[in-house]
Design a protein around this ligand. Structure first.
Ligand code: ZN
Ligand code: ZN
Length: 150
């Protein structure tokens, strides 16, 4: 499921990212983070687990889950808000939103015009808002060009 031409992060780069996030460098964390960066996009714990297993890495689903939680806690990774279903993780980078195709479920990143979270404000007395993620829904280009199945 790798993207052709995807940037292969160097080992040193990954180690630095972990250390900068205040995490101890472990082989497992390196492998999970590398998989997320190489493949880009949005991935569930199960998908990362299977990707690494396919590469012959011996690990448990729980260890991937733990690594992902560590990444979340330290801001290396965030949950892509794409609606109900599995939690999908992505490498935290630029603020963006998501388009979800109603027909095939494809997820496309939508650049944020404002740039910094929270890019939307709401009038909620007493609340502070630190993030707003918008889900855009409709039909992706593939599905518009394909007559509806069934
Ligand atoms: Zn689609
Ligand atoms: Zn995204």
């Amino acid at each position: 499921m790798g993207v052709p031409g995807a940037r292969q992060p160097g080992d040193q780069d990954l180690r630095k990212r972990l250390r900068d996030a205040g995490l101890r460098v472990t082989l497992l964390r390196l492998q999970v983070l590398a998989a997320l960066i190489e493949q880009r996009g949005h991935w569930s714990v199960d998908e990362v687990f299977h990707t690494l297993r396919t590469r012959g890495v011996e690990l448990s689903r729980a260890s991937v889950y733990n690594a992902m939680n560590d990444f979340m806690r330290t801001g290396l990774v965030r949950i892509a808000d794409t609606g109900p279903g599995r939690a999908l993780y992505e490498v935290a980078q630029d603020q963006h939103h998501h388009f979800v195709c109603r027909q095939c479920g494809a997820i496309i990143d939508v650049p944020c015009i404002v740039g910094d979270p929270p890019c939307l404000q709401a009038d909620l007395p007493g609340c502070t808002i630190d993030q707003a993620q918008v889900i855009f829904r409709g039909q992706c280009p593939n599905c518009q060009n394909t007559p509806e199945a069934l």
